[in-house]
Design a binder for this molecule. Structure first.
Ligand code: ADP
Ligand code: ZN
Ligand code: ZN
Length: 738
């Protein structure tokens, strides 16, 4: 089964294994020419199958006495696999702990004796130095590995293997030379748990918090599924509501999963959970070593730990008696997995919770339109937290700076307007802090007017046109193309601008204009992974005056001395060729603005734009979520975009442009031939990121009124399969349209 197949296979169950072969259990079987391949039992049937019994191969061994995947989780995975038209083998892998996966593969090759099978995955071998010194000089790799162990202490073999492919063989040689022994070791402690956190007294709930908590606990008590949208402005105390709900869940001896965006998974947030719930939580994040991940998995599977907190993949945690699933910042794009099984953890949280009879709470200050639509159709119940939890803290004042009008600052650069320059001066003088937000991504530029902000859009799809070469504007949904104009169609200006300036340039600019300020940058290039925490800590400790950053500055960080937040270019996100551009820009503006004045000092927000009248900007400036949702839902309805239709993208990629184009064309043709009622095929067209990692990218959109017809069409595409020389990906409910 760890082979990524779309199909399930049938085996016979030998009498002596009958009471141990159970759904969700791992077994060993022959598969084609390979012996001892591990699989997961999906279904057990008493009936004789259509295949004659003498042709069925038997299951050879059962790996674990407790099935690795509980029924509840297995059923959910099977449903997920159908929903996303994803190979069932790949989907089941999402829930298998990584260490065991590795161990099973080794086993398959090594053909271990039956008796040893029970130790699979629990055998975590560490290489430990014996203290002896090498007698003769070591060979290159052995020397490197030896030095690594000297430097970092004992390391697990599976980790070493990531660094050196042949680590196992090298370790064995070192062992023979008496330099290294292999030991089963206790796992290292997680960095989130390295310091003790004193337990904390919960604050008295505000009235809206109390109402929300009461409603949730009522449903937990009744043990029936229920779905909520916790709709509360930034810092209104949503996290407090999750904490209470989780506590109540524990009281009822049920388990809980709390999902947060990857970037929000900081020691700060984890410390808050620990301060309230103690150490009985498993924190799952992408930085975990396999051994650590495995120990979390075991603790959850055995029921010793009942709470899982993590980014999207924590949805597959083997939490027992699942009673509650919370998704914080449910509008966040990072809940969508963009490779392999392209699932959306928010949508699937609703599904898993519902199937398990659990309560699901989606929380956000800027609920997704998808969730808003679910509220309207009665599938989600709204719980409102209308004000910030701490009295003194009020929403910041927002000023829109029209870049077409205001004068240039002493910087002589369009990124830094006069009003922003003045505000930065004020912040530096008052010894407060500022965040400058710039949304920069590597995409082909859009084109807009420097005089009035007019943005060239597709006449068919109303999304931003993208510049190709220097002359051609193209639509990446329908393939409409037109020449680039030399004058603005609205105001006649000949100042035609291309979008796209990065954080790096901004950081340099600020450092030049304010030489005495301490400036730092926070984005994926400047501060990957754990380094971002360091930058944020320096910010909290007051070692930074001005922080320049991308999305990473927008997520749940509590930075009390920040009194100025500037959105340097609000238009960049609005001009993306994506029907969700307005929604995402709006969320971003509101979230970024929410970073200002969180504690007791008032905050100010500046939005620099060339399109000050754009509804997303106007409504974000007024924190007017309700009007935005009304308006945007209206637009979506009239243009037939989700949530008023179901869409999927079929992506085809190849190093050979002509081949990718031809395959996309062929598959789109096939999809059309299905003639499913209510289904339209848009495209094929070249993707906005036309070439990525040396591959040409084409795609078409399948849009349907009804999910079952969408599925029918996509199944036809999936079954037809693509030419082996191209990569085919089906993305149901896509988030990334580039
Ligand atoms: P959100 O998750 O909605 O952004 P948080 O839960 O982080 O909000 O709360 C924001 C701040 O308000 C935190 O510092 C938190 O400790 C505080 N807070 C939350 N609820 C209360 C309450 N009932 N009384 C006092 N302070 C609270
Ligand atoms: Zn113009
Ligand atoms: Zn178009």
């Amino acid at each position: 089964m760890p082979v990524p197949l779309g199909l399930a296979f049938t085996y016979s169950v030998p009498v002596e294994l009958e009471d141990r072969v159970r759904r969700g259990a791992r077994v060993l079987c022959s598969f084609g020419p390979r012996r001892m391949v591990a699989g997961v039992v999906l279904e057990i049937s008493q009936r004789a199958s259509k295949i004659p019994p003498q042709k069925l191969k038997p299951i050879e061994a059962v790996i674990d006495h407790l099935p690795v995947i509980e029924e509840e989780l297995l059923d959910f995975l099977l449903h997920l696999s159908r929903y996303y038209i994803a190979p069932v083998g790949e989907v089941v892998r999402l829930a298998l702990p990584a260490v065991e996966r590795g161990a099973v593969e080794v086993l398959g090759r090594a053909r271990l004796e039956h008796a040893e099978l029970h130790s699979i995955g629990r055998l975590l071998q560490f290489a430990v130095l014996t203290g002896a010194k090498p007698e003769a000089p070591l060979s290159g790799q052995a020397q490197a590995l030896f030095q690594e162990l000297e430097r970092s202490g004992p390391r697990s073999l599976s980790e070493l293997e990531k660094q050196w492919k042949s680590a196992r063989a090298v370790v064995r040689r070192l062992e023979q030379a008496g330099l290294v022994t292999l030991e089963r070791r206790e796992l290292e402690r997680d960095r989130f748990f390295s310091e003790a956190v004193p337990l904390e007294m919960p604050p008295e709930l505000t009235e809206p918090q109390r109402l929300a908590v009461d409603r949730i606990t009522e449903c937990l008590e009744s043990r029936r599924p229920a779905q909520f949208l916790l709709d509360g402005v930034t810092a209104s105390g949503k996290t407090e509501v999750y904490l209470r709900a989780v506590q109540h869940c524990l009281k009822l001896e049920m388990g809980a999963i709390v999902l947060v965006p990857e970037i929000a998974l900081t020691p700060q947030l984890v410390a808050r959970f620990r301060a309230r719930l103690g150490d009985a939580i498993a924190v799952l994040h992408s930085g975990l070593a396999e051994a650590e991940r495995h120990s979390r998995w075991k603790a959850l599977r055995s029921g010793a730990v009942r709470i899982a907190v993590g980014a999207r993949s924590a949805l597959f945690a083997p939490v027992r008696s699942l009673g509650l699933v919370c998704v914080d910042e449910e509008h966040d794009g990072s809940f969508k997995q963009e490779e392999g099984v392209r699932y959306h953890a928010r949508d699937m949280a609703l599904l898993r919770a519902f199937r398990a009879g659990a309560v699901c709470v989606l929380g956000s200050a800027t609920p997704s339109l998808a969730s808003e639509a679910l509220v309207r159709s009665g599938k989600l119940e709204r719980l409102r937290l209308p004000a910030r939890a701490r009295r003194a803290s009020v929403l910041p004042e927002v000023e829109i700076v029209n870049l077409c009008r205001v004068g240039a600052s002493p910087a002589h650069d369009s990124l830094l307007s006069m009003p922003l320059y003045r505000e930065l001066e004020r912040v530096l003088q008052a010894k407060e802090q500022a965040i400058l937000f710039l949304n920069r991504r590597g995409f082909a530029p859009s084109v807009l007017c420097g005089g009035c902000g007019y943005l060239w859009r597709c006449p068919n799809c109303s999304i931003a046109l993208t510049l190709h070469g220097s002359e051609l504007l193209r639509c990446h949904y329908c393939d409409h193309a037109q020449r680039r104009a030399s004058r603005c169609a609205r105001c006649g200006s000949d100042r035609i601008l291309e979008e796209g300036a990065g954080t790096e340039r901004l950081e340099k600019l600020i450092a030049r204009v304010f030489p005495s300020a301490r400036v730092a940058r926070l984005d994926r290039d400047a501060a990957p992974g754990a380094k971002s925490e360091l930058v944020l800590r320096r910010m909290r400790d007051g070692e930074i005056d001005i922080l320049v950053g991308t999305q990473m500055v927008t997520k749940g960080h509590d930075l009390p001395s920040v009194t100025l937040v500037a959105i340097v270019n609000a238009d960049a996100a609005l001009s993306l060729p994506d029907f969700q551009a307005n929604e995402r820009s709006f969320h971003l503006l509101v979230q970024v603005a929410g970073r200002a004045g969180r504690a007791d000092r008032p905050g100010k927000v500046l939005i620099q734009t060339r399109i000050p009248d754009h509804p997303a900007i106007q409504m974000a400036a007024r924190h007017d979520v309700v009007s935005f949702v009304e308006r945007e839902l209206g637009e979506r309805r009239s243009l037939r975009y989700p949530p008023f239709s179901r869409i999927a993208l079929v992506r085809v990629e190849s190093e050979d442009e002509a081949r990718a184009r031809a395959e996309a064309g062929r598959l789109a043709g096939l999809a059309k031939q299905v003639r499913a009622p209510g289904v339209e095929i848009l495209g094929p067209a070249m993707a906005p990121l036309a070439r990525l990692r040396n591959r040409w990218r084409f795609r078409f959109m399948v849009r349907a009124t009804d999910r079952s017809q969408l599925r029918r069409t996509l199944l036809a595409v999936a079954r037809a399969g693509a030419d082996r020389r191209v990569r085919l990906a089906i993305d149901v409910d896509p988030v990334n349209m580039l």
